[in-house]
Design a protein around this ligand. Structure first.
Ligand SMILES: NC(=O)c1ccc[n+]([C@@H]2O[C@H](COP(=O)([O-])OP(=O)(O)OC[C@H]3O[C@@H](n4cnc5c(N)ncnc54)[C@H](O)[C@@H]3O)[C@@H](O)[C@H]2O)c1
Length: 363
């Protein structure tokens, strides 16, 4: 059983996201229809390679020449050095403009392999096969590819849309709890900015990862649909795509001040969403952060163990690359499901929102 989302970036750029369980047959049918199946490069995360190699080999077995290249796990693989090594290996092996690159892994593998596909021979077909919850609901959709630079994350890259995305829920069986939590924060973000019904659905699902599989397929599908709708409206981040940053301006500051790696991106975004909801409420909008209460326990242990200084958090927010004229641009909510951009100059409002949000984890 699979569900399909059509993504229309422009008349020239359209692709399908297929979401379901056991997608081998639909993947093979897609390849038969679109490629001559002489050659394929599979760029695969090292843990996924260890845990799911058989599954992935079955997917590509109809290609005559198959090249697996393992990507070491972790953010440090998103580097110019690793990109350079991959490009060398691929060019030395031999690739044509029509040869697809299949990216199998989480956001790290997807962003890196996407940038390789965007740059080798000025662009070869890219197929995403996301294997983390975050990659299924977020990073595989929207065409952002790239690597990090010593001066900051994701500073080198390009917008490059995939030819197709296949999200097979079966991969999630082996996902560690902290990766579930990271993906869930992004789903809660979609609940906040577009579909509050997702809050109720997630509340029922959090304690049973993957048990009611069909319901997880639906949650992933709804999240992917929200992301792709927003990307369709604003592929190059000129306007509405900024709504996807709900909770992220606060969250990035927390990641930076606590020292990268101390909190996961998802944990930081979760705190950030509470701060942003509280600020929205302070400005008169009816968005009680009680919506997040059922999920607090998932994030509590890690956040309560942090010792962060609120003044440092404010400094980090001020030094964010998106800050102009000392005005911090935030995504806030008119009501649940209705985001807007707010230019904040009043640091005391931010200070109070931080105090409120961090306090939630210290009860
Ligand atoms: N392109 C975008 O629009 C976009 C959006 C959000 C995030 N990102 C990027 O995504 C990255 C984070 O992605 P992520 O959270 O998926 O992290 P990740 O790719 O590092 O994967 C997390 C961990 O899960 C492991 N893993 C992957 N699939 C697994 C599976 N099925 N079973 C067991 N383990 C598995 C990986 O080996 C890794 O250790 C960041 O670099 C971030 O910048 C990009």
């Amino acid at each position: 059983m699979s569900n399909i989302i059509d993504v229309h970036i422009s008349l020239q750029q359209q692709y399908q996201i297929t979401i379901g369980q056991q997608l081998t047959e639909s993947f093979k049918a897609y390849c038969e229809a679109h490629y001559n199946r002489s050659n394929i490069f599979v760029l695969i995360d090292e843990n996924v390679n260890r845990l799911h190699r058989d599954r992935v080999e079955k997917l590509v077995q109809d290609f005559r020449s198959i090249h697996f290249i393992e990507i070491p796990e972790g953010e440090s693989s998103k580097s110019v050095r690793v990109w350079d090594n991959l490009v060398n290996e691929i060019l030395e092996t031999g690739i044509e403009r029509s040869t697809p690159i299949l990216a199998v892994g989480g956001g790290v593998t997807g962003d890196l392999a996407g940038f390789v596909a965007a740059t080798v021979l000025r662009g070869v077909p890219l197929i995403h096969m996301p294997t983390t919850l975050l990659a299924m609901v977020d990073s595989s959709i929207g065409g952002k590819t790239g690597v990090n630079h010593s001066t900051g994350k994701n500073l080198i890259g390009s917008f490059y849309q995939p030819h197709a995305v296949f999200s097979d829920i079966a991969f999630l069986e082996t996902l560690e709890q902290k990766e579930w939590i990271t993906g869930m924060a992004e789903i809660l973000k979609y609940a906040a900015i577009r579909n509050p019904e997702l809050f109720n659905e997630m509340e029922e699902l959090i304690h049973q990862p993957l048990t009611p599989r069909q319901r997880w397929v639906q949650v992933v599908e709804e999240s992917a649909r929200i992301k792709s709708d927003i990307v369709e409206e604003d592929a190059h981040e000129a306007g509405k795509r900024a709504y996807l940053n709900f909770g992220h301006t606060f969250g990035h500051a927390l990641e930076k001040v606590s020292g990268y790696g101390e909190v996961t991106h998802g944990e930081a975004v979760f705190v950030g969403m509470i701060a942003a909801s509280h600020l929205s409420q302070e400005l008169g909008h009816p968005v009680s952060d009680a919506r997040f209460s059922p999920f607090l326990s998932l994030y509590k242990k890690q956040i309560s163990s942090l010792s962060v200084n609120i003044e440092e958090l404010l400094e980090a927010m001020k030094s964010d690359k998106k800050v102009k004229n000392n005005t911090i641009r935030l995504v806030l909510l008119n009501e649940w499901g209705s985001p807007y951009l707010y230019n904040c100059k009043d640091l005391s409002l931010l200070r109070q929102s931080w105090e409120y949000a961090l306090d939630k984890f210290n009860d």
